[in-house]
Design a protein around this ligand. Sequence first.
Ligand code: G
Ligand code: G
Ligand code: MN
Ligand code: NA
Length: 255
Amino acid sequence: MGLDAALRKGLDDRQLRLYYQPVVDVAERRWRGAEALLRWQHPELGLLEPSTFVPLAEETRLVVPIGDWVLREALFQLLDWRRAGVVPETFVMSVNVSPRQLRSDFPAQVRSALSDVGLPGTCLAFELTENVLLADSAQTSKVLGDLRALGIALHLDDFGTGWTSLASLERVPVDAIKVDRGVVGSAAGSEHAAAAISAICAMAETLRVPVVAEGVETESQLALLVRNRCRYAQGRLFAAPAPGDETEQVLALAP
Ligand code: G
Ligand code: G
Ligand code: MN
Ligand code: NA
């Protein structure tokens, strides 16, 4: 069986899993939300990371039914955490969304997931890459507008490579910028990367868009981010990606 058919079967046979990684509000020292991260518990190959199968899912459009599963699973998890009393109503669940998912019926799919689970759009953020958010396509703009109308936040993911697009953020409404872990990871040891962090934070502040730093692993990286008034952080320094029940225990404690 090819990987393609195996993934289709994996979806049907409930082999997909979500891991969660909390996001910290650095200024207030409390959990702000969590990012849902897809895994595939393959019967022979073990636990697979998204880089090994998400590109295939995108090519074959399996990413559409998989994305629907991810959204519903993440929303049910949020409902569980709310019921367990470990997260406030302001806690935001972030879900990664591929370009292929942004078809005209995507907002309808999202609306139906929200209403089935019984949660408002304001508890959700979608993480999109800059090629999607900044695409000059009427259909994409319409879909993004419909999602925002549901109260869903749009976050620019993996930021830090495409410099030209920072200026374009003025015409595209984003609710946060996620600085790529590659930039964060080299920031404490490289003046160049530290300057990149400063520039991104300064520009974001001017545009009044909050910054989420990804892949924060050390206190010195955190100190640099705090000096630059970066509001949110995510990384192993606070919590590694983990299954929902483990993350629930982490969320029950202070960051
Ligand atoms: O957990 P990990 O670092 O391996 O995730 C790497 C990347 O995989 C994420 O940054 C994201 O771009 C992608 N990814 C993770 N989960 C999902 C998902 O549910 N859907 C899609 N489309 N991509 C995901
Ligand atoms: O959406 P995105 O592809 O950026 O997903 C974030 C990825 O970063 C996840 O695959 C997760 O496994 C990974 N990750 C989470 N915390 C850390 C960290 O502290 N350091 C590094 N290098 N990677 C991390
Ligand atoms: Mn992401
Ligand atoms: Na990212």
